[in-house]
Design a binder for this molecule. Sequence first.
Ligand SMILES: Cc1cc2nc3c(=O)[nH]c(=O)nc-3n(C[C@H](O)[C@H](O)[C@H](O)COP(=O)(O)OP(=O)(O)OC[C@H]3O[C@@H](n4cnc5c(N)ncnc54)[C@H](O)[C@@H]3O)c2cc1C
Length: 386
Amino acid sequence: MTLDSTAVVLTPEQKGLRDSALAFARKHLDHDPARAEEAGGFSRDAWLQCAKYGVQGLPFPENYGGQGESVEGTIAVMEGLGCGCRDHGLLFSINAHMWACMMPIHQFGTNAQKEKYLPNLCSGRWIAANAASEPGSGSDVFSMRTRAVRRGDDYVLDGSKMFVTNAPVADLFVLYATLDPEYGAAGICCFLIEKGTPGLTVSPPIGKMGLKSSPMAEVSLEGCRVPAGNLLGQEGRGVPVFHGSMVWERACILATCVGSMARQLEECVRYARERSQFGNPIGKFQAVANRIVDMKIRLDLSQMLVYRVGRLMQASSPADMESAIAKLYISEAYVASSMDAVRIHGGYGYTTEYPYERQLRDAVGGTIYSGTSDIQRNLIARSLGL
Ligand SMILES: Cc1cc2nc3c(=O)[nH]c(=O)nc-3n(C[C@H](O)[C@H](O)[C@H](O)COP(=O)(O)OP(=O)(O)OC[C@H]3O[C@@H](n4cnc5c(N)ncnc54)[C@H](O)[C@@H]3O)c2cc1C
């Protein structure tokens, strides 16, 4: 398998983690995502299989039901899963649950919050959704309008959240609101809101281009009372909670796509050797070979970038710029390589019989979620002092 590329030298332990995850995914998760797409289907069964394997709890402490795995070890598992599992909607849902929901609870939660929520989220019994975007605020996320007003021991929330991954199946919402839009970033608060809280409603699933087995919806809040004990972090200090979770998400969310790129490359090499036109295997045509070379270079660079940021995060070193670089490069590389995979397979590549049109549709999402590619460039420019 092309996962054995020499772009990054893993320790024997990390390699073992990656290989085991690949074997697990091949055995238990390699279901036909085309059928999952048709059924519109998030697979709770596959979700629970992953939880049983320990995926959702990978980097979280053992006393909360996690695996206590290092960041690089977690990335190795994610890469293996991305290579073996073709259902990238499922993997995206898991990533959204881990990085934008569990990680902020782990980093900013009180002991009571961690004890209440992390074991349920590690075990997969509960599914979490992060609700920051709104119909009128995406990239400019802190211009949100959803209001939180303190009333006695509660906050009362009113507003609307958009593009919330996992919302239709979520048990817990990590939701951002403002004390007053006039306060800007200083008014942002983060709340933990359980499913079934009166005043919180979830719309029917929103149809989208790809990642179809990862359900998404709009979340509305109308007089939704949330106990003050469910504030995550301090009042008006939601920005560090959001930033922290975004650095983790940008760093790690695309490790599964790196695994998928390795599988794409291997399949394209095989096809280019087997498919003949004009009396030659198509791989003998320089145009086709060059496309495959570009795919290989993108894969190697993606691996280097994701493990680099993993190393920094493991060492608790600042990684704002490196996580934005990894997010930007890998997401765009996955789109470009998926497009190349379609081209290499010609008419077959365009059909739903082959996985490449779906991978292309899935890949485009990566250039938008966790901040668009334009926003990653802005973050990198800011880190460079521009
Ligand atoms: C698959 C998927 C899953 C998602 N899951 C979640 C989720 O779970 N929770 C959640 O809260 N949100 C989620 N989102 C929403 C996502 O975070 C936003 O779509 C994204 O931040 C962009 O916001 P927007 O859609 O409002 O676009 P806009 O911010 O309106 O941007 C429109 C265009 O303008 C560009 N632009 C805007 N501002 C600038 C600027 N300053 N400089 C340069 N260009 C700029 C953008 O790059 C884009 O091209 C998800 C989105 C997708 C596609």
